[in-house]
Design a protein around this ligand. Structure first.
Ligand code: MRU
Length: 348
């Protein structure tokens, strides 16, 4: 199914993180090597590695890179240095909670270390565990969500929540891969996902690699396709899910959810438990990343808008829980999500 490694730690404690440079896809398939915390921070910030779970896993390995940079000989000083680098990595992107979740786990490990000599091994073990768990969660999401893939139906997805966005086979695309494995026939429509085209560049590429029937559409075509009866289900990933089920995902997801509701089409969110942020009550508390105006006003270094025009460029929006038919997680499916149902499944 997945014949590439989105992220790959090479070597032992003195190793480095190899990433597919997703800025270059689909025209070039190249890797970049992150050997310093700063290189990894930049890779996350500039979307060389992106997608909530992948960002979390990458940041965990970033803490291992921080451990390589320690000059101190006392454990307390080493811990202080790593804490500083964790804060730095946490400032790379604000919305995907997986980043903070993974860094929190690494920090917890850091405080368990008794001797400075054990630091690197202990952190690398934890980062690899986070990686392996992510692979496992994706597989389970695939199994739990497979029955939502309509036989001979059309499925719309937005952005990229596939293998490129995780250590495993993806979240939103996992049930699709599972359905393919089971021999189901269906058709996927991929929203191109302006402004950075994760749908066109990444999802279309990934599904074609997997020999899944995929058709690329512009974001503004989804409603028309729904009206024609070509879409039978929508499935998307998530960057952060609040306690009440409100879900942040790539900008445009909210519009798709409204369209789905208007056409009576089920709207599914697929996400691992690491994407839930039960500390926040609803979507209004989710920090939304705003990105550079150039991403909207330029295309491949060509200006597509008048110089100096005001630009609004939020990278994410929030879909209210009432627009979500079900959230598919590795622990099970939450139909018509509510605070109680989420609490019971994610944090019993
Ligand atoms: O800005 P990106 O490309 O990191 O945004 C990614 C998304 O919005 C994904 O849908 C989300 O992170 C889920 S990935 C499994």
């Amino acid at each position: 199914m997945k014949n590439f490694k989105t992220l790959n730690w090479i070597g032992a404690v003195d190793g480095y993180l190899e990433l597919i440079d997703q800025r270059k896809l689909p025209t070039e398939f190249v890797n970049i090597n992150c050997r310093t915390v700063e290189q990894l921070y930049n890779a996350i910030k500039t979307l060389a590695v992106r997608g909530a779970p992948a960002i979390g896993v990458a940041a965990a390995f970033g803490v291992c890179l921080a451990a390589q940079e320690i000059k101190a000989s006392k454990l307390a000083d080493a811990v202080k240095y790593i804490e500083m680098q964790i804060d730095y990595l946490a400032s790379s992107r604000p919305t995907a909670v997986n980043l903070f979740w993974a860094l929190e786990r690494m920090k917890k490990k850091l405080y368990e270390v008794a001797k400075i000599e054990d630091l690197q091994n202990c952190l690398l073990r934890e980062a690899k565990k986070i990686y392996d768990e992510d692979v496992e969660m994706c597989l389970k999401i695939g199994i739990n969500g497979e029955h939502f893939i309509p036989v001979n139906g059309g499925i719309l997805t937005h952005c990229n929540a596939g293998a490129l966005a995780t250590a495993g086979i993806g979240t939103a695309l996992a049930p699709i891969f599972e359905a393919q494995k089971n021999g189901k026939k269906f058709q996927v429509y991929a929203d191109e996902t302006r402004p950075l085209l994760q749908g066109a560049r990444l999802t279309a590429w990934e599904l074609m690699q997997a020999e899944i029937d995929v058709t690329l559409i512009c974001d503004n075509m989804a409603g028309s396709l729904m009206r024609q009866g070509k879409i039978n289900a929508v499935i998307v990933g998530a960057d952060r899910i609040a306690a009440n089920g409100d879900t942040a995902n790539k900008i445009g997801t909210y519009s798709v959810s409204v369209l789905a509701k208007a056409h009576n089409i089920p709207f599914y969110v697929a996400a691992p438990s690491s994407t839930f942020d039960l500390k926040i009550q609803n979507g209004s508390e989710i920090p939304i990343e705003y990105r550079n105006a150039d991403e909207v006003a330029n295309f491949m270094d060509l200006m597509t808008a008048p110089n100096g025009v005001k630009v609004y460029n939020p990278a994410f929006d929030v879909t209210p829980a009432e627009n979500i038919t079900a959230i598919i997680t590795e622990k099970g499916v939450i139909e018509c999500p509510t605070k109680e149902k989420i609490q019971n499944l994610i944090n019993p």
